[in-house]
Design a protein around this ligand. Structure first.
Ligand SMILES: Nc1nc2c(c(=O)[nH]1)N[C@H]1C(S)=C(S)[C@@H](COP(=O)(O)OP(=O)(O)OC[C@H]3O[C@@H](n4cnc5c(=O)[nH]c(N)nc54)[C@H](O)[C@@H]3O)O[C@H]1N2
Ligand SMILES: Nc1nc2c(c(=O)[nH]1)N[C@H]1C(S)=C(S)[C@@H](COP(=O)(O)OP(=O)(O)OC[C@H]3O[C@@H](n4cnc5c(=O)[nH]c(N)nc54)[C@H](O)[C@@H]3O)O[C@H]1N2
Ligand SMILES: [Mo]
Length: 698
């Protein structure tokens, strides 16, 4: 392996170390084989313990994506109506000049006027450099609105922070030593494959695996037990588990006394949740709850390690933040944290010592700090006019690393917003996505094979480095370079706007991670403790696991976690009686890879999974087209009557490009912009619908 080349390989046969850039807990170390300047394959790095030489199916097609005939390779300017997708090629100089003049004319209208400009970005790449480094500096200097990046994980993040003290938890490799693993709200085989490998080792060593998920997912069917509760009811289940742990005294009193805060209060609340009450809310049997509590309680009481792998699926409903608080509290009841193979993991990204202020330079912000716009309510916010409360209407939108027209909730409003003739939209992209269709300019961005980056992870504790394997295709440029050149056109001459990518890679961890190790082997483990909370030491204000959070109480919120019912609870509507969830498809990564033919062929077409009882009641049969609808809109797709769906819940696997849907829509036509209890996050899986056969309409 040639790990020492600092430049993209040209004519030789080399292997280049990289990192998978995608929004996934696994953050794999990749090896790209390059022949004559062409990347011919990507593979998992066998030297990296978590990757263990294996990539998922989708990322193993990364070269197909990079050399895709539809890659955008030149700047494009809109020539047709907004959304029509008609563009003509222009030069970089013409595009940057025009964009800079448009932004300048907005910003120069007066103090705070630049707030009418909004950056919109998420995790198309998780790279610390190609996401928010030069881009953040640019928007700070400009005085643009700030973006609240809530679309995925902020409910869970707040839940963790107010309980454990941050995005911290078990180290993933020690799940291999656990005796009981609860996979809660995650489909590991689809979206956290390298965790599943550790769970399999544990299983071979006699561990029991239990999955808690409304859908009988690929993962659920491979666990020993599956508890298919109604979406958004996990908080009630967690309270009933506590009830049973208390009733049977499966508690670690010493741990509770020394390392937790608010136990008496939580105890009192949990005692109000006998299994019968929770079973009613969750749509499951009381005996399922008793059995789960017995497994969890007796395993812990006999000194064996019990581990919970929470995932983000359970925090996409109204009570997402409280749900995570309740589940994150469980290991402190039984003292599971005492073992390195016990505890809970949702995200460990808070363990990485990232120098965000160095990368993003908040010191460039104007003294009058601009307003913040929540990315999850972009539909409403694009339609707002200027007001004292909101500030100026959004007049310019610069989108990178995200596809909001496909992924943001309540698409009808998002599309209406993006269609505004008076909105100036620039999209940095690899492909002409649903969002790019609405751009005034599309700027061609490089892929991970064409640029430098460094990565943290939210599912393991190694930092990674990505070297460019090939030269940029066509006229594509890294996001950083696009913002550097835009800054130059705006007349920004601070040295911070000419810092190169390799320097930014070094800056990201400074001397907190050895950069030479990253350069040499592509990854560098953090010095993370093996059993972080064996003796308490939670990074909370009290240093304890905070069942009671004084910080939440000070905000006028309940200091104790509770079950928070869905905004759109099942059985509360006769008009829309079915709950719809829309979890990720195995062969896509959110809306990325949907246009890679070999992967789309595996997924087939947009599909709604429905339980036989619900289908029968509506005269619906597998393979026919159905109309899924609610007060926000309607979406047509094929239906599959499937044991993966439980009664009362339909599963619309995501996230298809709208333009590939039957009517040019996807599931987000139905989701709402209502937010979670904590973290201001979207509630994609808190959504009631009705389904009817499309035959009835014609
Ligand atoms: N292949 C693939 N991998 C991915 C992604 C992808 O699109 N495709 N997306 C990536 C991203 S951005 C993220 S955030 C992660 C997300 O990955 P996970 O955190 O694993 O979350 P999801 O896959 O969204 O949902 C996981 C499961 O939660 C279930 N679920 C839905 N609602 C509830 C509920 O109320 N309670 C419970 N207990 N379960 C519920 C769903 O049925 C689904 O099976 O995965 C990443 N990895
Ligand atoms: N109904 C429903 N909606 C959901 C979800 C759900 O489960 N159900 N999941 C939600 C979640 S968890 C998330 S995280 C969001 C994800 O939403 P997004 O973060 O928007 O993710 P993607 O859909 O993958 O879009 C990322 C885009 O970035 C582009 N990109 C990748 N790398 C680069 C680069 O280096 N430069 C530039 N300029 N562009 C790049 C890709 O081509 C892609 O089009 O969606 C959310 N939406
Ligand atoms: Mo996500």
């Amino acid at each position: 392996m040639n790990a020492t080349t600092d430049q993209p390989a040209k004519d030789t046969h080399t292997q280049v170390l990289g990192a998978c850039p995608h929004d996934c807990p696994d953050t794999c170390s990749m090896v790209t084989t390059v022949v004559g300047g062409i990347a011919i394959k990507v593979q998992g790095n066998p030297e990296h313990p978590h990757t263990d030489g294996a990539l998922c199916t989708k990322v193993s097609r990364y070269t197909e994506r990079t050399y895709h005939p539809e890659r955008i390779l030149h700047p494009l300017k809109r020539v047709g109506a907004k959304g029509s997708g008609q563009f003509e090629r222009v030069s970089w100089e013409a595009a940057l000049y025009d964009i800079a003049s448009r932004l300048t004319s907005i910003a120069s209208r007066g103090a705070d006027a630049a707030q009418a400009i909004l950056p919109y970005s998420y995790a198309g790449t998780m790279g610390l450099v190609q996401s928010e480094s030069i881009a953040a500096r640019f928007f700070h200097k400009l005085g643009a609105s700030l973006l609240d990046r809530t679309i995925c994980a902020s409910a869970g993040a707040e839940g963790l922070t107010h309980t454990l003290g941050g995005k911290v938890g078990m180290r993933v490799e020690f799940f291999a030593e656990s005796k009981l693993i609860i996979i809660w709200g995650g489909n590991s085989i689809a979206s956290n494959l390298h965790f599943w490998r550790y769970a399999q080792i544990a299983k071979r060593n006699g561990a029991k695996l239990i999955c808690i998920d409304p859908r009988r997912s690929e993962t659920a069917e491979k666990c020993h037990e599956h508890i298919a509760l109604l979406p958004g009811t996990d908080g009630a289940l967690a309270l009933a588990l506590m009830h049973e742990l208390i009733k049977h005294n499966w508690l670690d009193h010493d741990y509770l006394r020394q390392h937790t805060l608010g136990w008496d209060l939580l105890r009192e609340r949990a005692m109000q949740w006998p299994p019968e009450r929770a079973a009613q809310v969750c749509g499951i049997l009381p005996e399922q709850i008793r059995s789960l509590a017995r497994d969890y309680g007796t395993c812990a009481a006999s000194g064996q390690a019990t581990a919970i792998r929470m995932n983000y699926g359970l925090q996409r409903a109204h009570g997402g933040g409280n749900t995570v608080r309740l589940i994150a509290s469980l290991p402190a009841l039984t003292g599971a944290w005492r073992s390195r193979a016990g505890g809970v993991l949702l995200s460990c990204s808070g363990m990485f010592p990232v120098n965000r202020s160095g990368l993003q330079r908040p010191d460039f912000l104007p003294s009058n700090v601009p307003r913040t716009i929540n990315m999850s309510t972009i539909g409403d916010d694009l339609l707002r006019t200027s007001s004292a409360e909101f500030g100026p209407a959004i007049e310019a939108l610069i989108v990178y690393n995200s596809n909001p027209v496909a992924v943001a909730p309540e698409s009808a409003k998002v599309v209406q917003g993006f269609s505004r003739e008076d909105l100036f939209t620039v999209v940095l992209e690899h492909f002409q996505t649903d969002t790019a269709d609405y751009a005034d300019y599309i700027l061609p961005a490089t892929t991970q094979l064409e640029h430098w980056d460094v990565h943290a992870s939210y599912g393991h504790t190694d930092a990674l480095l990505n070297r460019p394997a090939i030269a940029p295709l066509g006229e594509a440029k890294p996001n950083t370079q696009i913002f550097r050149e835009l800054a130059a056109h705006m007349g920004y001459d601070e040295p911070a706007f000419s810092e190169d990518d390799l320097s930014l890679c070094r800056l990201a961890y400074g001397d907190r991670i050895d950069f030479q190790t990253l350069m040499d082997q592509g990854f560098a483990p953090l010095m993370a403790p093996q059993a972080p909370f064996a003796d308490g030491n939670f990074p909370t204000p009290s240093g304890k696991c905070e069942f009671f959070s004084a910080r939440l109480a000070a905000r006028g919120l309940d200091g104790l976690p509770d079950y928070v019912p869905n905004h759109e609870a099942s059985n509360t509507s006769t008009t829309y009686p079915l709950a719809m969830i829309s979890p990720p498809a195995r062969n896509f990564l959110n809306s990325s890879f949907v246009n890679v033919k070999s992967l789309r062929d595996i997924e087939g077409e947009p599909l709604l999974e429905m339980h036989a009882e619900d289908a029968h009641a509506r005269g619906i049969k597998t393979g026919e087209v159905v109309r899924v609808f609610n007060q926000r809109g309607s979406y047509r797709c094929k239906v599959k009557v499937s044991p993966r769906a439980r009664a009362g819940v339909v599963n619309g696997l995501g996230i298809w490009w709208r333009k590939l849907g039957l009517d040019g829509t996807n599931v987000n036509q139905l989701t709402s912009q209502k937010l979670t209890d904590l973290g201001r996050a979207p509630t994609f899986y808190d959504c009631l619908v009705e389904v009817e056969s499309d035959r009835l309409k014609t």
